[in-house]
Write a protein that binds this ligand. Structure first.
Ligand code: PHE
Length: 341
């Protein structure tokens, strides 16, 4: 048996196989169920037990040696590119690789940013971990405003100053105003966090785009026209908008904007709760206190700001009923959007 092992080893060592067919021959001859190694294993069963230890070790070494030789030959045969055309069906279609698709939130984010870029807005980004000043104080939030409460905000530390996960991307507006003098015309996309129970209609994080325009003589009419243009490009040329008075600490006057429901065309349906309108964003003229706290003179400059949730716009466009779908990353769900375009 020792001799047999040695002779196989020698044979294998010099074995040449430069085509896949020859490599397969090698495999059949040595490694298959009817091959030389199998035969040795069978013979090993009848070996007297005092020789088993030594022979077993030799056999194992041989097995490793043959397998390594086989892998080497296989790799070389495929590398050399020479193949036996009889063993390969060249008419077979290639295996297709599934191609990933863009996330619906990214698709809609890019659409929105493109619309505002066409109107002269540039993109500004900022950190998700923020301090109290940039998220609240600079934006005219009263000290006891509920948004600062533990209920809404994820605090990271409270000493010596509050460090938190931003609850809106208005913080990027503050950062931009602190560093630049007007004219400023930016849109700020990004992820924001709020301490809410996760359900089909709410999540503890979502995505926003906020816009800011500061210059001389900026008026509410400018704001309205920019938002109308956005709504019509996003939801179709027939879309109407409506501004309702509202309240935000950082804008005065403030408004919420509705668009005409694109399901019923404004006639009233279950989706718009029979009102014909659906709310899509908050906006207003930047409060003079905010300009002041960022080092901009409110006697010279004025401006508007607006903010929208990307998930909300995506829901309106694609009628996704459950917000959780956006973060579950089920590829069957994600793949639907690339084809929807
Ligand atoms: N920051 C507000 C929010 O998160 C949105 C907003 C931005 C409203 C700008 C008015 C002006 O809800």
């Amino acid at each position: 048996m020792i001799d047999k092992i040695a002779s196989i080893k020698e044979e294998v060592n010099g074995y040449q196989a430069d085509t896949p067919a020859k490599v397969e021959e090698f495999r059949l001859k040595y490694l298959s169920k009817k091959g030389a190694l199998s035969a040795l294993m069978d013979a090993f069963r009848t070996v007297p037990s005092d020789q088993k230890r030594e022979l077993g070790q030799k056999l194992n070494e041989l097995k490793t040696f043959v397998t390594e030789r086989y892998n080497y030959l296989k790799e070389n045969a495929s590398l050399s590119g020479s193949f036996d055309s009889a063993s390969i069906d060249l008419t077979r279609s290639a295996t297709s690789f599934p191609v990933g698709s863009r996330h619906p939130i990214s698709i809609v984010k890019n659409d929105i940013l493109r619309i505002f870029a066409d109107m002269g807005f540039t993109i500004a980004e900022g950190p998700e971990i923020e301090d109290d000043w940039h998220v609240f104080s600079s934006l005219n939030f009263p000290a006891d405003h509920p948004a600062r409460d533990m209920q809404d905000t994820f605090f990271i530390s409270r000493n010596p100053i509050d460090i938190l996960l931003r609850t809106h991307t208005s913080s990027v507006q503050t950062r931009t105003m602190e560093k630049n003098q007007p004219p400023i015309r930016i849109v700020c996309p990004g992820r924001v966090y709020r301490n809410e129970a996760i359900s089909a209609r709410a999540h503890c994080f979502f995505h926003q785009i906020e816009g800011l325009y500061i210059d001389k003589n900026v008026s509410f009419a400018d704001l309205r026209q920019v938002l109308l243009n956005f709504a019509q490009q996003m939801f179709g040329a027939e879309t109407k908008i409506r501004l309702r008075p509202s309240y935000f600490p950082f804008t005065e006057p403030s408004a919420e904007m509705d668009i005409s429901c694109d399901i019923c065309g404004g006639k009233g349906c279950a989706f718009c709760k029979e009102t014909g309108w659906v709310e899509i964003l908050g906006c207003g003229m930047v409060d003079p206190n905010v300009l002041k706290s960022c080092g901009i003179d409110p006697e010279i400059y004025s401006g508007y700001a607006f903010g929208l949730g990307i998930e909300r716009i995506t829901n309106l466009k694609y009628k996704v009923k459950d917000l959780r779908m956006f973060s579950e990353n089920d590829v069957r769900f994600l793949a639907e959007f690339e084809s929807a375009r």
